[in-house]
Write a protein that binds this ligand. Structure first.
Ligand code: DAK
Length: 258
């Protein structure tokens, strides 16, 4: 069904593996379109509560946008691809109603780091290397990297990384807040799944409201506190709220996944 992805359903966790190992999982147009389709269907699937994104092989998460594909682009094509890519994939993931965890298993460069950064949580293996080296190719990060890197690590560190096309190791990424955890490669998926399982104990509808509220603070002209108030109110009409409060009163664990 997909030429460039492998899909696996593990209980309520949907694992999407980008599978172009010979190209170090570089993102070509078809892979971006397939990722959109796979994430949309996981988002709509009632059996899925968390999505994990990773790359195939032991070397690379995603080594960037496919350089061979955009090598001869015009100004108009570059702008169009950036806009389409952001809408189809990067902003789409950020606004996904279910948590997306990036399990970064090696190189996450350019579009690859941008993919990890639009995910809600990042876990890296100790061999991971991360950077936005676009200026070394004469372009700039075009899939949200100039915005999200500064949000995650602060403007000064982001500027330095992008201006120097620097590539940092996993431990430095951990130190500057670019990733939440660093573990050995053979423990990476277990760590991502452990986080996913802890998320799955909680209310999916409430988590969706959290995603909307957190994202709101990064949208121009939108007041995040107002969105939080609105989302808070909405919770009171959900089945999960009833289950959560009744379970508390009955001194038992809530079961949000009946
Ligand atoms: N694109 C296409 N192929 C890639 C690739 C990439 N980003 N990265 C690696 N490959 C391919 C290599 O060409 C090679 O293929 P063959 O030559 O064997 O056919 C194969 O993967 C293995 O790579 P290497 O032989 O180079 O492996 P090494 O271990 O020696 O080096 C490396 C690994 C990751 C250090 C190296 O491959 C590398 O520097 N790769 C490029 C990394 C990079 O600069 N990535 C950032 C790309 S810039 C846009 C929006 C966004 C962007 C661009 C445009 N628009 C809206 C238009 C974003 C741009 C980027 O992501």
């Amino acid at each position: 069904m997909y030429n460039n992805l492998l899909l696996e359903q593990k209980g309520h966790i949907n694992v999407i593996t980008i599978n172009r190992p010979k190209q170090l999982n570089a993102l070509n147009k078809e892979t971006i379109e397939e990722l959109h389709k796979a994430i949309k269907s996981a988002d709509e699937d009632l059996n899925t509560g968390v999505i994990i994104l990773t790359g195939s092989g032991e070397k690379s998460f995603v080594a960037g946008a496919d350089i061979k594909e955009f090598a001869d682009f015009t100004i108009a094509q570059g702008g169009e691809l950036a806009q389409k890519g952001q809408e189809l994939l990067f902003t789409f993931i950020e606004n996904c109603s279910k948590p997306v965890i990036a399990a970064v298993n090696g190189f996450a460069l350019g579009g690859g780091l941008e993919l990890a950064m639009c995910s809600h949580i990042r876990v890296a293996s100790s061999n991971a290397r991360m950077g936005l080296p676009e200026v070394s190719l004469g372009v700039i990060p075009g899939y949200g990297g100039t915005q999200r890197l500064a949000q995650l690590v602060g403007r000064g560190k982001a500027n330095e990384m992008v201006f120097t096309a620097g590539i940092i190791k996993a431990d430095e990424a951990l130190k500057c807040g670019l990733v939440n955890y660093v573990v050995e490669l053979d423990e990476l998926m277990a760590k991502a799944e452990d986080i996913a399982e802890r998320i799955l104990n909680n209310s999916g509808t409430a988590i969706t409201s959290v995603i909307r509220s957190v994202n709101a603070s990064y949208i121009d002209g939108i007041n995040g506190y107002d969105v939080e108030i609105e989302e808070f109110g909405k919770c009171f009409g959900t089945v999960d709220f009833k289950e959560g409060t009744i379970a508390f009163l009955e001194k038992r664990k809530p079961n949000f996944r009946k």
